[in-house]
Design a protein around this ligand. Structure first.
Ligand code: SF4
Ligand code: SF4
Length: 320
């Protein structure tokens, strides 16, 4: 019989660094479009697979000298090569055991989540959420017992801190769930202090209450400011003109730029930056150009958790 332990052990043998299971009832209070049962009505469990981001892939970003390693080894390779293969093998193990397995991966987010498409109809005439139904990956990882969400809004695990990516399999297999874990983020606020886009708030919360399961405490964020940094707007690849454009947004408010004009939308910011920064254009880095820089919250948190001795993965030299 396929148990949770057998499945998680197999996932690690196949190449996952982390594996956890959440029972689908943990999503009982989730909005319909985020409920795994919107994708698979008879789902019983969600399996989370985690893949570490090598600390060395952040080294060049930390030094300001080499950005491709994170974009490729820490992002594209995991999303496009490692995770799909391992997720498929775990899904095959589930289906070989007689259970349906629907994979939810990074690229699922690329195809959906934009409120596009025509909603399917139920027998009673009501409409289902528009395709593609997606759940929040980081919240889902918490509900699968993999880690917690830090003030930075990043997923933190006891093994790798903020450095991993997660993928999911929704299944009708009734697997034993893992306990919810926590106590990793100590609210040191280093992520806030080191965010070059002033995107993270120290005092403003954006918690996610999951009644009867957990309350996820995370800081609020100005997503448009994060976008500026994420798309390379303050990177070494930005021209003086792009840097001025970015600074005008970063030094402004949620509604106005620093020079008193209405702030561009996130889509307009993304369009401007992708059109004006050669490095982030799609032809580079296997279309993962936009992930090329920043990760300052990840790096500061990694350094902090390492110094605190929190992480299970130990190195002979500290990150900083
Ligand atoms: S840097 Fe500190 S406050 Fe921010 S997520 Fe990490 S532990 Fe939490
Ligand atoms: S990715 Fe960069 S800009 Fe976004 S919150 Fe983290 S440190 Fe700030």
């Amino acid at each position: 019989m396929l148990t949770s332990e057998i499945l998680k052990q197999a996932a690690k043998e196949y190449g996952a660094d982390l594996a956890g299971v959440g029972s689908v009832e943990r999503w009982d209070s989730a909005p319909e479009e985020n409920d795994p049962r919107t994708i698979m009505p008879r789902a019983k469990s969600v399996v989370c697979l985690g893949f570490r981001i090598h600390r060395g892939s952040l080294r060049g970003v930390e030094e300001g000298t080499y950005f491709s390693a994170y974009t490729l080894a820490g992002f594209a390779d995991i999303n496009s090569v490692i995770a799909p293969v391992v997720t498929r093998r775990v899904a095959s193990l589930l289906e070989d055991s007689g259970f349906e397995a629907a994979s939810v991966m990074y690229h699922s987010n690329r195809f959906g989540g934009y409120n596009i498409g025509r909603a399917a109809m139920r027998e009673d005439g009501s409409l289902k959420p528009k395709p593609d139904g997606l759940f929040n990956y980081r919240v889902a990882a918490v509900l699968c017992g993999i880690g917690e969400i830090g003030h930075s809004r990043l997923l933190l695990t006891p093994e790798f801190g903020p450095a991993q990516r997660v993928y999911f399999i929704i299944t009708d297999a009734p697997l034993e769930p893992d306990p919810i874990i926590g106590n990793i983020c100590d609210k040191c606020m280093k992520c806030v202090a080191e965010c070059p886009a002033k995107a993270l708030y120290a005092q403003k919360q954006d918690d996610v209450n999951v009644p009867g399961v957990t309350c996820i405490r995370r800081g609020a964020m100005d997503a448009a400011k994060c976008y500026v940094a994420h798309w390379g707007g303050i990177s070494p690849f930005a021209s003086d003109e792009v840097l001025a454009y970015s600074k005008n947004i970063i030094d402004g408010s949620e509604t106005e730029t620093a020079d008193g004009k209405p702030r561009p939308t996130t889509e307009e910011i993304a369009d401007y930056l992708s059109a004006n920064i050669e490095y982030t254009k799609g032809a580079y880095n296997f279309t993962y150009g936009p992930a090329v820089v920043c990760a300052a919250c990840m790096r500061s948190c990694l350094a902090h958790l390492e110094k605190r001795g929190t992480l299970r993965l130990k190195f002979s030299n500290t990150f900083r």
